[in-house]
Design a protein around this ligand. Structure first.
Ligand code: M6R
Length: 606
């Protein structure tokens, strides 16, 4: 996720671009840049780091020119650096981009054969060269021809040094709006970037292109036909709009899950419809010789690791040990040559995880990072990296990044299982097909939020909440309980359902809330027996189960239903329901959802 902004008008563009980018920094903040046309040529200003570094180095009030584009970056291809930051330039053309160009490697080869020289590691640079390649004096036509070759998602803002009064832009699967001013017009990834200047916007649809001059806006559809759109009047306040109309970042991020799952999965499916683990080729080449696999992480990342263990051991029959990074680093773990260690970290900066990773490397193990932040310490130090493409996660409680971590583990686990002969071709295909359906099914869970809201409204006062589950529902119950502790300040525990009668049952009393994860239908009879034991102690039972699970509905007092998928992937959908349940309880309790007390987003100290 990155933020882009563009301006054409009568005022100096640079301060407007910088202010706009400030409002988009939540979309990415590892580097920034602007391109401003001074009437004769396009001048480029870039800096690694947050926007304030760019402003310090190139004060915007000293930059003249009334046409410009700007970008704040969340690195995907290529580490955060000045060279990789946008705008990217090719000949007369300057481009800012938000999204991922999935076929950039093929296009890069093609452009190199035509003599184009690449200076960055980004996917975006192909867009700049392509527009340049097709440019014969008409920017719109050049952009049209360029995007016809691009696969993936992109919002692009484009300038040319020989056109000092025009900005062109396109939107495909990445957000872009047009701001309508008086003798000035704007583009932006999100409304807050331009709200100070106008409340009138056009909301572009996929494939739409726009040509902006200071007193004219022309819009075109993907076929190149002129289109008109209704003016959308923004009535929200700026703070609200930054969250895309959601009340909190957490719920916004949960709602991004379908896209995050798609973005994490899709680039890993090759043209033959198989998983490609090219990013972690050394690790996957070890599949048949791997002695042991360790997975380490903290908090939510640890809980994802536990789910990964269940899956990988079940499918690939490779022994997997999961450890808290804080324990692993100090206990002289029995790990060495021939072993591999996957470290999971959303931020890539968690101190314990970094230390555990260094310990694994010191002992001779191969280290793969599953992380969300390109250029983070974990990504730089790992032997290989498998990115979760979840975009910046702002809320302290991890939600969409957890979902992406699960998706990453399912992809890796399925491919490993096939390579070691744990599953056959037919089952491999079945699993791949089921995973491909998950992003859409995640959207269905979100669409059915009303039931969860109602349940949260009825139960938010529960003093003690117990999450129980068997099989893969067991690690999911740990993550679900963590969410409740973290953002609701509610005492919540997770138990393997079969463990209840070995002690925890003594905690149950009249009105205790028991949430039973019931997605593992092969273990349903057992879980139901445990639920009945809880009912006998006057607990209130909420179930989370796949649709069509009539016995779950009959057993629980209330049941949240998720779409049906193969059993081992169902926790990925149930997790969204559990996250929403915690979120709505938190709002009922009036907790500061995005910044709960005593916690920090990135724990860079021990
Ligand atoms: O950035 P990391 O994934 O390394 O962070 C690990 C934990 O601190 C993190 O998952 C924490 O548990 C979350 N706030 C939970 O929602």
């Amino acid at each position: 996720m990155c933020g882009i902004v563009g301006y054409v008008g009568e005022r100096n563009a640079a301060p407007i671009l910088m202010k706009g980018l400030q409002k988009l920094e939540y979309r990415g903040y590892d580097s920034a840049g602007i391109a401003v046309h001074d009437g004769k040529k396009v001048n480029i200003y870039k800096a690694k780091g947050r926007l304030k570094v760019l402003e310090e180095r190139h004060p915007s009030d000293k930059i003249s020119g009334t046409l410009g584009i700007g970008h704040t970056r969340w690195a995907t291809h290529g580490e955060p650096s000045e060279l990789n930051s946008h705008p990217h330039v090719s000949g007369k053309i300057a481009v800012v981009h938000n999204g991922i160009i999935e076929n950039y490697q093929r296009l890069k080869l093609w452009l190199e054969e035509k003599g184009y020289h690449f200076v960055s590691e980004t996917d975006t640079e192909v867009a700049a060269h392509l527009v340049n390649h097709f440019y014969e004096g008409n920017l719109l036509q050049a952009l049209q021809r360029a995007i016809a070759l691009l696969e993936g998602s992109f919002a692009l803002g484009v300038l040319s040094s020989d056109v000092p009064d025009t900005l062109v832009a396109v939107r495909k699967s990445s957000p872009l709006i047009v701001g309508i001013g008086q003798n000035e017009n704007f583009i932006a990834s999100d409304i807050p970037a331009i709200l100070e200047h106008t409340r009138n916007v056009y909301l572009l649809d996929d494939g739409d292109m726009v040509v902006l001059k200071k007193n004219r806006i022309r819009m075109y559809n993907s076929l190149g036909e002129r289109i008109e759109k209704p003016v959308f009047n923004v009535t929200w306040d700026a703070d609200m709009a930054e969250k895309g109309g959601y009340a909190h970042f957490m719920v916004k991020e949960i709602n991004e899950t379908p896209k995050v799952l798609h973005d994490t999965l899709n680039p890993r499916i090759d043209k033959d419809g198989r998983f490609s683990l090219s990013e972690i080729s050394k690790f996957s080449a070890m599949a048949n010789t791997l002695k042991r696999l360790f997975i380490v992480g903290c908090g939510t990342a640890y809980n994802a690791a536990m789910l990964g263990k269940y899956y990988i051991e079940k499918m690939a029959r490779i022994p997997v040990e999961v450890e808290y990074a804080s324990e692993f680093r100090y206990r002289k773990p029995l790990i060495g040559k021939g072993d591999a260690c996957i470290v999971i970290s959303q931020s890539g900066e968690t101190a314990d995880t970094l230390a555990a990773m260094r310990e694994a490397q010191r002992c001779g193990a191969m280290v793969v990072a599953i992380t969300n932040v390109v250029g983070s310490s974990v990504s730089r130090e790992a032997d290989e990296v498998f990115y979760t493409w979840a975009g910046p996660e702002i809320a302290v409680a991890s939600t969409k990044a957890y979902s992406a971590q699960l998706m990453a583990l399912y992809i890796i686990g399925t491919e490993l299982a096939f390579r070691v002969g744990g599953i056959d071709e037919d089952y491999y295909r079945e699993l791949l097909t089921a995973l491909t359906a998950i992003p859409k099914q995640a959207q269905t869970v979100l669409d059915n939020v009303a039931r969860i809201q109602q349940l949260a409204a009825e139960r938010f006062n529960a003093k003690n909440v117990f999450y129980i589950g068997r099989g893969m529902d067991c690690p999911l119950s740990m993550e679900s309980a963590l969410k409740l502790k973290e953002i609701c300040y509610t005492h919540a525990e997770a138990f393997a359902a079969g463990e209840l009668k070995h002690g925890p049952l003594a905690l149950l009393e009249n009105g205790s809330l028991v949430v039973a994860l019931m997605t593992q239908e092969s273990l349903l009879d057992k879980t139901i027996s445990n639920m009945i034991e809880c009912r006998t102690r006057n607990a209130y039972l909420v179930g989370i189960a796949m649709e069509g699970n009539i016995r779950a509905v009959e057993t629980a007092d209330d049941c949240i239903l998720i779409p049906r998928t193969v059993e081992c992937f169902a926790p990925m959908l149930a997790a969204i329901a559990a996250q929403l349940f915690a979120y709505y309880i938190s709002t009922h309790k009036g907790v500061d959802v995005d910044k709960p007390r005593n916690l920090a987003k990135s724990v860079t100290v021990e």
